[in-house]
Design a binder for this molecule. Sequence first.
Ligand SMILES: C[S@@+](CC[C@H](N)C(=O)[O-])C[C@H]1O[C@@H](n2cnc3c(N)ncnc32)[C@H](O)[C@@H]1O
Length: 328
Amino acid sequence: MTEEWQGWREAAETALYGDGGFYRSPVRSPDGPAGHFRTSVHASPLFARAVAGLLARTAAELGIGTVALVDVGAGRGELLTGVLAATPEGLEVVPYGVEVAARPPGLDPRIVWCTEPPRGVSGLLFANEWLDNVPVDVAEVDGEGVARYVQVRIPDGGERLGPPVTGADAAWLERWWPLSVPGERAEIGRPRDLAWARAVGSLEAGLAVAVDYAHVRGARPPFGTLTGFRGGREVLPVPDGSCDLTAHVALDACAAAVDRGAAELTGQRAALGRLGVSGERPPLSLAATDPAAYVTALAAAGEAAELTARGGLGDFGWLLHRVGAELR
Ligand SMILES: C[S@@+](CC[C@H](N)C(=O)[O-])C[C@H]1O[C@@H](n2cnc3c(N)ncnc32)[C@H](O)[C@@H]1O
């Protein structure tokens, strides 16, 4: 195999989404993302129920009885399936799964499977762990204090420093992730800002939510977060199509890239709390009066605790962007 050096963005684009790439290959990922890592969607049906609640709230705010649910980075449609099962009676949902991978067999026929968000719909657009998989370039400061693109070797993942970062990427770094000390690294989030702005822009009115591992200016990780996952384990990031390639998301930059509506940045613990999910255990007295209900409530509390755990899923960022509704 020939050796080739590329920027991380280009290398990851091919490794994840090219022909036979990690997310497109039924051989590498027969069970989809769920075969390689556990997202909130897989952790508990409580997550889909909370999203169903948010969908109903959004429809009520918009004053509509038929509402779109757009799941961006839909995996195998697990979240859509869960939300459809939990949708309150009387609310008509038009579900869309936006995915680069093929439509999974046996999916609810109501779900429209597409590669781009539908334009001009009103409702809820939800993107759980999508933006961290939008490929980005990586910058590193050299011994002279110059930020340079990191280049990666195909196929073994070796790295070297390439040309200096210039233009729009340099402006992005200066605004969102300033670097100065030799050895410091940053993931240049510009492609995610653009992807998020495009996704939000597809909504006529409603709420767009991005949920991801996140950081904000002033608290960026000094060496970045680029890493790999395969079969449930964290592995070295190698862009050969054999593993997921992911880096935490500068959600504050994504928020600022949208020039309409109003954005709010919060954490999963708080966001799910507002939707009625909390890890609070049922009162012990219930065990005596209704043991079956106690066991059910205890199991739900355990799942909620995982979704809201400090140092775990509870630390995920939620970016909520409301558009159009303020005009009504
Ligand atoms: C980490 S998985 C998350 C799956 C699911 N949302 C969940 O939470 O379990 C990311 C998914 O986003 C999809 N994806 C990434 N970029 C995409 C794009 N530009 N358009 C559509 N799907 C994309 C990948 O194929 C993958 O299925």
